[in-house]
Write a protein that binds this ligand. Structure first.
Ligand SMILES: Cc1ncc(COP(=O)(O)O)c(C=O)c1O
Length: 389
């Protein structure tokens, strides 16, 4: 948990340091720099490395290559925008409309797409979660059945703020019962749940982001079924079967399977979850009735996240105190500019404005150990005690 910065970095859902295997690979310093579209040898080397990365990903995620295409992009915000807008744009050019269904607790890169689609006449559907942050599957099915147009559902496998898991089987059931298509935001699954690399081939698309699991920033990838209606977001030289034009980020792409292969062999969910839950229980003992851990009673949770709040204590107060004590955490209610807003995820979970401005998220490495948690718990304890009378 302690990094070269000599701080306790407890914000792995925001981004991660390089995986050890990626650091060793980077240290070699000899990289293929060619443009994968070039016809000369240098370009071909880069192309080969990219294809090898792509093959490795199909193997890792156990998806049949004849059922899916794979394209790389700049990260999940782009991947999600591409899938949702691509589905809508394909209909629009035939003078048709679509219905996009998102969940109230989805990441902003899905929720904010609304602004770009409704003025073209597409329908925007927001599905509900309960107080634990779990999708109301039956209500979702009803809403999707009542949609005006063909539906694409954005389904977040693991929530970035609460760590609540929506099992992929739920998405499969929704698809079977409504005939909708499903894009899975799989960003927060990697290194946080036991079955992170077991994707269901029945679903239509999956988007991942490299910097969330120790690979390079500015890179991500999407598995997509060729028959999912699609129109590219980024136009240009037609690279990657025209799914995403632009010279590929070969270095970022190569780093992805390096990080994932290491994770697959070393990740131990039980160990991570045991450490996380130990800390959570200690914190709950302190907090008692004067706050809560969000999603604590959800049926399925990830192994690395504790999203908590104290009554009458704004998130920035706690986050600042922890920061001064050398602990990096996320203030769930900070937007990218750092301004404090009520967390849309907590609002979707039925919390009021004040409550939604008080969440702090601790999120840990895939390799978290009980010993480490025991080491930094006293710091957290002393800060919490300051605010809990
Ligand atoms: C669930 C989820 N989806 C999408 C994203 C966007 O990812 P990126 O930073 O790669 O654009 C994030 C990043 O926080 C996320 O947590």
């Amino acid at each position: 948990v302690k990094l070269t910065s000599n701080r306790y970095y407890l914000d792995f859902n925001a981004t991660s340091p390089f995986a050890p295997a990626v650091t060793s690979w980077l240290a070699k310093g000899d990289f293929a720099f060619g443009n994968p579209s070039s016809v000369h040898r240098t370009g071909k080397v880069a192309r080969r490395l990219m294809l090898e990365a792509s093959e490795a990903l199909f193997e890792l995620f156990q998806l049949p290559e004849h059922q899916f295409d794979l394209f790389f992009h700049s990260g999940a915000s782009e991947g999600i925008n591409t899938c949702l807008k691509g589905f809508a744009c394909d209909a629009f050019k035939q003078d048709k409309r679509v219905s996009i269904a998102v969940v109230g607790s989805d990441h902003s890169s899905a929720r904010q797409v609304r602004e770009d689609l409704i003025f073209h006449g597409h329908e925007w559907i927001v599905l509900e979660v309960n107080r634990e942050g779990e999708l109301e599957v039956d209500k979702a099915i009803e809403k999707i059945k009542a949609a005006k147009y063909p539906v694409l559902l954005n389904f977040t496998w693991v929530n970035n703020e609460t760590g609540v898991v929506f099992p992929l089987e739920w998405a499969k059931r929704i698809k079977e019962q409504t005939g909708c298509r499903v894009h899975v935001d799989a960003v927060q699954a990697v290194g946080k749940i036991p079955n992170w690399c077991q994707l269901l081939p029945e679903l239509d698309a999956y988007t991942f982001s490299a910097h969330k699991f120790g690979a390079l920033k500015g890179c991500g990838f999407t598995f997509i079924k060729p028959d999912l209606p699609f129109h590219p977001l980024i136009r240009g030289g037609g690279q990657q079967k025209a799914y995403r034009s632009g010279t590929e980020n070969t270095l970022g792409i190569q780093s992805i399977p390096i990080a994932l292969k290491e994770l697959k062999t070393k990740y131990n969910f039980e160990e991570q979850n045991q450490a996380t839950r130990w800390l959570e229980n200690k914190m709950l003992e302190l907090i008692g009735e004067r706050g809560e851990v969000l999603g604590q009673k959800a049926q399925s949770r990830n192994g690395n996240t504790i999203d908590f709040r104290l009554d009458q204590t704004p998130a920035q107060t706690l986050a600042m105190a922890l920061d001064m004590a050398g602990v990096d955490v996320s203030n769930g209610s900070a937007c990218s500019s750092g301004a404090v807003i009520a967390s849309p995820v907590l609002l979707a979970m039925g919390r009021n404005e004040e409550e939604a401005k008080s969440a702090i998220r601790l999120s840990f490495s895939a390799y978290l150990k009980l010993d480490e948690v025991r080491e930094f718990y006293p710091i957290i304890e002393s800060i919490l005690k300051r605010y809990i009378p």
